[in-house]
Design a binder for this molecule. Structure first.
Ligand code: DP6
Length: 331
């Protein structure tokens, strides 16, 4: 092991991503291997920017998130950095500074963009040259959904089945410019969620009578979703994405104690989006472990979707985004 006397800095940016076919449940909690594959889109306008400064004078890692020290999140960050330090054969501690340009911890995929940016920034600071697949595997160990933010556009995450988790990584499915969908996010609260994805998954897996059916049904949903994306078949993608999202929430709601991530505005948005689609506007919804609603729009549909969601009671703000690139280092 070597330690350098100089501070070394790496910086990176990664877009948030939302799953259209969801990840919910783990096969191996220690290695953070998901029980199911997933398919997502990476966003352009919602991102995390992270810098990692390796500092020989530090006795332990430090984390500043959105301008505030976050000691409560340090364990996961240090564990992720340790995996990279091991590869680089250094032990130097790091000061990590990270900023999200969107609400943190409210079901807007901050852990996905956060760990993807962390891996890329740490790689640069440590002078490693990883392959995209290695980055994805490392990001997965920080947070499962982060494995997908390494790539841009449409992305598929493979659950894998090897004991070491090394076949559990994401891969690009379709380029962002090949099908330029847009997203309108209805923000219905800015509060951090009460039950995070990680404990929500455990609770669903251990107590929901529907969890086994959720896992068994996933390969078929992935096939339909993958085929719809490859064929740019918006109608088919809309049907399977809404169905898959509601199945995930059914497994959460039927846990004990129940996990109801929605509020009233969430439900109003779902109905409004389904009404729009019935009226010929190509849009569908997806919802993660929080009450925000993501409306995925075919090219050209965004203005009508924004107009319909803006007026709904309980919708605090609309965010919009195109599809974006994968995680990358920044100067
Ligand atoms: C509902 O990736 O946050 O957003 O691996 O425990 O960090 P951990 O979970 P995380 O879970 C994301 C769950 C989801 C669905 C999805 O993004 O696929």
């Amino acid at each position: 092991m070597t330690t350098s006397s100089k501070t070394r800095l790496g910086r990176a940016r990664a877009g948030a991503n939302f799953a259209l076919i969801k990840y919910w449940g783990k096969a191996d909690a220690r290695l953070n291997v998901p029980a199911v594959g997933s398919i997502s889109i990476t966003l352009d306008a919602l991102f995390t920017e992270t810098s990692v400064a390796l500092d020989p004078n530090l006795a332990s890692d430090e984390l500043t998130l959105n301008g505030r020290r976050r000691d409560e999140d340090l364990e996961k960050i240090s564990a992720c950095l340790d995996l990279l330090r091991l590869k680089a054969e250094v032990t130097t501690r790091a000061a990590v500074t990270s900023t999200n340009n969107f609400p943190t911890g409210a079901g807007l995929a901050s852990s996905a963009s956060g760990f993807a940016a962390l891996v890329c920034a740490a790689e640069a600071a440590l002078g490693l040259e990883l392959t995209p697949r290695e980055r994805s595997i490392l990001a997965r160990q920080g947070s499962g959904s982060a494995a997908r933010s390494i790539f841009g556009g449409f992305v598929e995450m493979h659950a894998g089945n090897s004991a070491d988790g090394n076949d559990s990584f994401a891969e690009p499915l379709l380029d962002k410019d090949a099908w330029p969908l847009e997203v309108v996010i209805a923000v219905t609260t800015k509060a951090e969620k009460e039950v995070g994805s990680r404990s929500g998954m455990t609770r669903s897996a251990t107590s929901s009578p529907y969890y086994a059916a959720w896992v068994t049904g996933q390969p078929a949903d992935l096939r339909v979703g993958r085929d719809a994306i490859r064929a740019r078949d918006f109608g088919a993608l809309a049907e399977i994405a809404e169905h898959n999202c509601l199945k995930m929430h059914a497994a959460a709601m039927s846990a004990q104690p129940p996990l109801v991530y929605w509020n009233g505005a969430t439900v109003e948005c779902m109905h409004a989006i389904r009404r729009l689609r019935a009226g010929g506007v190509p849009v569908f919804f997806t919802i993660d472990a929080g009450p925000q609603v993501k409306a995925v729009c075919a090219p050209g549909a965004r203005p009508k979707v924004e107009a319909a969601l803006r007026g709904l009671p309980g919708v605090l703000e609309l965010l919009t985004s195109r599809l974006g690139p994968g995680a990358c280092t920044t100067p």
